[in-house]
Design a protein around this ligand. Structure first.
Ligand SMILES: [Ca+2]
Ligand SMILES: [Ca+2]
Ligand SMILES: [Ca+2]
Length: 353
C-alpha cells in the first residue's frame, strides 16, 4: 500500500460516491462535468454554494501526502467564506482540511470542528493557516500537502501550490494520531465563483512507489473495449464490454447469476502522450436490486498473473454507486514498476463471490 486513494471523477454524471461503504448522512451526490477537466473526461464542477461530499475509508495512516487540483474563475476581495476540497478524518473527528478562501489564498485547518449548518461535512473552524500567495484564476492549480498527525507537539504539515512550498508548520498537536478516511468533494459558502476539482491523490509512506508527494500527474479512464472472459448475464445488448463502458443506468448492464463467475475485459490503451504510470485501480458502478448475495471482487490480469483486489459488498440501492477497488502501485507480473506497455496489455474485471 502506498497510493491509498485517487479520484479523477472519471465515471461521470451524478453518482453517489460512497467509497468502500463509508457514508455521510445528508451529503449530496457529486456533480460531474465534461467541460475543461484537468485530465481525463470529467471533473467536479459547481458555480454556487454547495455541499457535495463523499467519504472513502482507507485505514489508519499517521503520515499522508496528498494532492487536489482546482480551477476557479473569480477572486472575491470582500468574501468571507471558503471553499473546502478535502478533509482527513479519524472516525467522526476531522483532523486536517484543505481549501482556499475567496481571496484565492490556500488555507489549511488543523483540528477543524463540525458545525450544525449545511457546510459541516468536510470540517470548519479549528486553527486556520493561510498561504501567503494567491492561486491564479482560470488555470488548473495543483495543491499538495504532507501531514504527520503527531499528538504531542510533534505534528507537522507542509502545503505546496503549483510545486512551491507556501506553508511549513511544525509543533502541532492533532486530536488523533492517524487519519482513516478522506471526505472529498466541495463545500463552498460566501464565495461566488465557478469551481472545478479534479485529480485527487493520497499516498502513505509505505512500499516502494508513491511514498511521498503525488506530483503533477492526473487520472485517466481506460474503458472496456473488448470481451476477454465474460460469463455474466447481459441486459440491453449482446456485447459485454459495450454494456459497461458508459454510465447509462439500467439501459445496459451485466450481472452475475451465480458465484465464482469471471467478467473480464480488455481496456483502452493509455493516451498517446503518456510516459509514466503511477498506479492502476479498477473503479466501477454497481447497484443491488434486491436483498441477498451481492459480493464481488475486482481483479487484474497482467501477463500470466491474475491478481485479486478487494471484496465489495454491493449495496442495495435504486441508484448506481461508485466502488473503488484495490490500487496496484506495482505490476503484479514481476512486482515491477508499471509501464505504459504493461497497462496497454492489461485486462481488468470482476468475479462474483
Ligand atoms: Ca478528471
Ligand atoms: Ca451500460
Ligand atoms: Ca489495451
Amino acid at each position: 500500500m502506498a497510493r491509498i486513494f485517487q479520484c479523477g471523477f472519471e465515471i461521470g454524471a451524478s453518482i453517489a460516491w460512497y467509497g468502500n461503504q463509508g457514508s455521510i448522512p445528508g451529503a449530496g451526490q457529486l456533480t460531474h462535468d465534461t467541460s475543461n477537466p484537468r485530465t481525463g473526461n470529467f471533473c467536479m464542477l459547481t458555480s454556487s454554494g454547495v455541499s457535495n461530499v463523499a467519504e472513502h475509508i482507507f485505514g489508519a495512516k499517521s503520515t499522508i501526502y496528498g494532492r487536489v487540483c482546482f480551477h476557479y474563475t473569480t477572486i472575491d476581495d470582500d468574501g468571507t467564506g471558503w471553499a473546502h476540497f478535502m478533509g482527513l478524518w479519524s472516525g467522526t473527528a476531522p483532523l486536517f482540511t484543505v481549501g482556499i478562501n475567496p481571496q484565492g489564498y490556500p488555507i489549511v485547518r488543523v483540528n477543524p470542528t463540525i458545525t450544525s449548518g449545511t457546510y459541516d461535512k468536510i470540517g470548519n473552524g479549528g486553527t486556520v493557516y493561510t498561504a501567503s500567495q494567491r492561486a491564479p484564476v482560470n488555470v488548473w492549480n495543483v495543491l499538495e500537502f504532507g501531514v504527520f498527525f503527531g499528538t504531542s507537539s510533534d505534528g507537522w504539515f507542509v502545503l505546496r501550490l503549483n510545486g512551491i512550498t507556501l506553508i511549513s508548520q511544525t509543533g502541532l498537536t492533532f486530536n488523533a494520531g492517524s487519519a482513516d478516511r478522506v471526505r472529498f468533494g466541495l463545500e463552498m459558502t460566501s464565495f461566488v465563483t465557478t469551481m472545478r476539482i479534479d485529480d485527487y491523490a493520497l499516498n502513505d509512506t509505505f512500499g516502494s512507489e508513491n511514498t511521498s508527494w503525488p506530483g503533477f500527474g492526473g487520472i485517466v479512464a481506460l474503458l472496456p473495449n473488448a470481451d476477454v472472459d465474460v460469463n455474466w448475464q447481459i441486459s440491453g445488448g449482446t456485447v459485454h464490454w459495450d454494456a459497461v463502458n458508459e454510465n447509462d443506468g439500467d439501459t445496459s448492464y451485466v450481472y452475475p447469476n451465480s458465484a465464482n463467475l469471471y467478467e473480464v475485459f480488455d481496456v483502452e490503451n493509455m493516451p498517446p502522450d503518456s510516459t509514466d504510470v503511477r498506479a492502476v485501480e479498477v473503479v466501477f458502478l454497481a447497484r443491488r436490486v434486491a436483498a441477498g448475495a451481492g459480493s464481488m471482487v475486482d481483479l487484474i490480469r497482467s501477463g500470466t498473473v491474475e491478481d485479486i483486489g478487494v471484496t465489495h459488498n454491493i449495496l442495495q440501492s435504486d441508484v448506481y454507486k461508485t466502488y473503488f477497488g484495490k490500487i496496484w502501485d506495482v505490476n503484479p507480473d514481476g512486482s515491477v514498476s508499471w509501464t505504459v506497455q504493461a497497462v496497454d496489455a492489461l485486462q481488468v474485471g470482476l468475479k462474483s463471490l
